[in-house]
Design a protein around this ligand. Structure first.
Ligand SMILES: NC(=O)c1ccc[n+]([C@@H]2O[C@H](COP(=O)([O-])OP(=O)(O)OC[C@H]3O[C@@H](n4cnc5c(N)ncnc54)[C@H](OP(=O)(O)O)[C@@H]3O)[C@@H](O)[C@H]2O)c1
Length: 240
């Protein structure tokens, strides 16, 4: 059994992955900002420890990773999952500042955490980065900064995979729509999201619990020959 660091563990996909890892007998360090949801996560499993950190604040990320290093935490895997889609807008008119918060969290924090986690990861460890079909195979016009950040996450994934030569594996997951608070917000509320999903290839989005096993598989030794990949998991969404 191992120890896994999961960012954005208080909600949606990250929470489902944290719970799944814990169910499989692993210890999980879950990161997020919301203390109430963090406490609920800890209540859900004695194997989960919640640590508060605003990953958009670089000094908080450094403090978090300092703490893990000082505690001599040994990691078997890392799921970089926390992200924001920022402020949707017409690409011709978006100010460059619209990229700032999106890149700070989605790309710079991810890069910072990977850099600081590498010395803590065991040989044979695995890093999974949560990208998206947006930024990989589908590019909604109003989500330029988010798509660009997810494309950057895929590039980072492949760069680190190449650099680490399999001592630590790096893969990205590119999910289609998943039924979470983030996607509800993106579509302007849960009702609008559910309505839009009736046009999904199979009529509805995935639940976080449906996609979590893909992440736990990539984090495990069972996926030992998969490295440097961006894997689309969308129930056929991008076929249509
Ligand atoms: N849902 C989809 O359809 C979909 C599709 C493709 C890819 N994804 C990707 O999946 C990932 C998770 O999204 P989700 O849909 O599961 O969203 P979610 O339910 O809204 O969860 C987002 C998580 O990120 C954390 N988070 C956000 N900003 C943070 C910050 N500054 N510092 C620390 N934690 C932060 C949140 O925790 P706190 O609120 O506690 O801070 C929360 O735990 C994202 O990378 C997203 O791009 C989602």
């Amino acid at each position: 059994m191992g120890t896994f660091l999961v960012t954005g563990a208080t909600s949606g996909i990250g929470r489902a992955v944290a719970l799944r890892l814990a169910e499989d007998g692993h210890d999980v360090i879950g990161i997020g900002r919301d203390e109430t949801r963090g406490a609920a996560l800890e209540d859900a499993s004695p194997r989960i420890t919640f640590l508060t950190c605003d990953l958009a604040e670089s000094e908080q990320v450094e403090a978090l990773m300092d703490r893990l290093s000082e505690d001599k935490v040994v990691l078997n895997g890392l799921f970089n999952n926390a992200a924001t889609f920022g402020r949707p807008g017409t690409p011709e008119w978006l100010p460059t500042t619209a990229f700032d918060d999106v890149f700070e969290l989605n790309v710079l924090a991810t890069n910072r955490i990977i850099q600081r986690a590498i010395p803590l990861l065991v040989t044979g460890g695995s890093v999974v980065n949560n990208a998206a079909i947006v930024g990989h195979v589908k590019f909604p016009p109003m989500l330029g900064p988010y798509a660009a950040s997810k494309a950057a996450v895929i590039a980072l994934t492949k760069t680190f995979a190449h650099r680490m030569k399999g001592k630590v594996r790096f893969n990205a997951v590119c999910f289609g729509p998943v039924d979470t608070p983030l996607s509800h917000k993106l579509y302007g509320g849960e009702a609008k999201f559910q309505e839009a999903m009736t046009h999904h290839f199979r009529g509805h989005a995935a639940k976080p619990e449906e996609v979590a096993p893909v992440v736990t598989f990539l984090l495990s030794g069972a996926s030992s020959y998969i490295n440097g990949q961006a894997i689309t998991v969308d129930g056929g969404y991008t076929l249509s």
